[in-house]
Ligand binder design. Structure first.
Ligand code: GRF
Length: 211
């Protein structure tokens, strides 16, 4: 069984979808730790309720970049991470960690990449921009993490319609439903070695064909 470490900064509904997947057997892996960049993140409570070990590695606790990065690496080693999931994690991962866990770090983004992504596109801003632009569809993307912002190879995407009378909050909720479907699926594909990466292309094997 693969060890999953989930990195969060906020509410942790995506973390919850992985906790639930591991519990109900749709994910063949176990969460060995949750790391938060904020001690106020409600996701920490979700992890504790599920009996999962947590660590807070924040700018407040480790103001010096090198110390914070070392703490993160130590935590990933301690949790014996095979797979790292960024589930609403708002900090930048150090290059050393990205290189050490190449094609083993996934991120969920609340738009159809390569639209409405990159620097400054996080949280409600993403959905505000989609509405401002007048796009007719939005959606969610799970992708591997590389050195850029939201630039890694795409694993799964699903669209949702944009309604004429949408508010950013309403669109966010519609996209979140899809996020909670895609992220556990992507984690399961990784846990069962059903993902092959060929340059920018990600080829998904049917379940059961892994290994
Ligand atoms: C999600 O919309 C995710 O796509 C984005 O941040 C949000 C986190 O939500 N990266 P939650 O903390 O998982 O509820």
């Amino acid at each position: 069984m693969k060890n999953i470490v989930v990195l969060i900064s906020g509410g942790g509904t995506n973390l919850q979808s992985i906790i639930d997947g591991c519990k109900n057997g749709t994910i063949h892996g176990r969460i060995t730790g949750v790391i938060s960049s904020s001690r106020h993140a409600y996701g920490l409570t979700r992890a504790k309720n599920a009996g999962i070990e947590t660590k807070v590695i924040s700018k407040y606790k480790y103001p010096i970049d090198a110390d914070r990065e070392a703490a993160l690496l130590d935590a990933l080693n301690e949790f014996q991470a095979d797979i790292i999931v960024l589930a609403g994690y708002l900090s930048i991962l150090p290059k050393e960690i990205i290189a050490a866990y190449r094609n083993r770090i996934v991120n969920i983004h609340p738009s159809l990449i390569p639209s409405f992504c990159g620097d400054g596109f996080y949280g409600l801003h993403v959905h505000e921009k989609v509405l401002e632009y007048g796009a007719k569809v939005s959606g969610a993307t799970v992708h591997f993490v590389d050195e850029g912002t939201d630039t890694g190879p795409i694993i799964l995407q699903k669209s949702v319609p944009v309604m004429d009378d949408d508010t950013p909050e309403a669109l966010q909720q519609r996209v979140l439903v899809v996020e909670h479907e895609l992220l556990p699926r992507a984690v399961e594909l990784l846990c069962t070695d059903c993902i092959k990466v060929d340059g920018r292309k990600v080829i998904l094997k049917e379940e059961g064909e892994g290994k």
